[in-house]
Design a protein around this ligand. Structure first.
Ligand SMILES: C[S@@+](CC[C@H](N)C(=O)[O-])C[C@H]1O[C@@H](n2cnc3c(N)ncnc32)[C@H](O)[C@@H]1O
Length: 219
């Protein structure tokens, strides 16, 4: 189990501090705000197809998956969501997160209680595959995903996850026209994405961050 402590970020939403890495799971300026800005607004929302597949690197607290599910309920899209994670969180941690209140709490719990390494329909909008594995070790299906949420810990904490071979693996996993999105805006990442054949955009980041990156695989 990862070595984590619950923290409250500036928008009031929880995140986790990975104490041995000295790194938070989200921006301290606002976890929910960051996920909405980077992954939903700039990754998912521009995709208008009725059904799509998403790959997330780092399921963690399940916040991105939860917000994606809520988006699908609003738009009526059907989503197949695959999330890689090496260190699933225990119930005492995910059960304490304040991302959902009141009668929907059981839906957030359903995300976390769904089985690992199996497809699990959450409802008729979203089907989840929580993949307990490292992105470093696994082969990922080619041309299988419309959107990749790359939400690994920062390059200075987990540099191996941001190396060119991992980026190339992500690019080959995208369909032509597919989108890779991340909170990170490092020059090396942008160069590696271009080397891997992507068209790279630097977009305004969420509060507290000047830039984020979105990259599209050409048709
Ligand atoms: C920055 S956190 C973000 C988590 C998540 N997206 C969220 O909203 O809570 C990074 C996540 O990547 C996971 N992770 C670390 N190494 C990994 C690896 N090699 N493969 C897949 N996931 C990994 C961590 O355990 C952690 O949950």
């Amino acid at each position: 189990m990862p070595d984590v402590a619950l923290i409250t970020t500036a928008d009031g939403s929880h995140s986790l501090l990975h104490t041995s890495l000295g790194e938070t799971y989200h921006s301290r300026h606002g976890a929910r705000q960051e996920s909405l800005h980077v992954f939903i607004q700039h990754g998912l929302a521009p995709v208008s197809t009725a059904s799509l597949s998403i790959l997330e690197v780092g399921f963690g607290t399940g916040l991105n998956a939860w917000l994606t599910w809520q988006h699908a309920l609003m738009t009526g899209q059907t989503i197949r969501y695959t999330a890689l994670e090496t260190y699933p969180l225990p119930r005492e941690i995910w059960g304490a997160l304040n991302y959902v209140a009141g009668t929907d709490t059981h839906l957030f719990h359903a995300l976390h209680e769904s089985p690992w390494n199996a497809w699990h329909p959450l409802d008729d909008r979203m089907t989840l595959y929580k993949w307990r594995a490292s992105v470093l070790d696994e082969n990922v299906d080619a041309a299988a995903y419309d959107v990749i949420y790359f939400d690994a810990f920062a390059p200075n904490r987990q540099p191996e996850l941001w190396q060119l071979p991992v980026i190339e693996k992500m690019v080959q996993a995208l369909v032509p026209g597919g989108v890779f999105v991340t909170y990170c805006a490092k020059g090396q990442l942008k160069r590696d994405l271009r080397t891997a054949g992507m068209v790279v955009e630097a977009l305004p980041g969420p509060p507290g961050k000047r830039e984020m990156v979105r990259a599209r695989k050409p048709h």
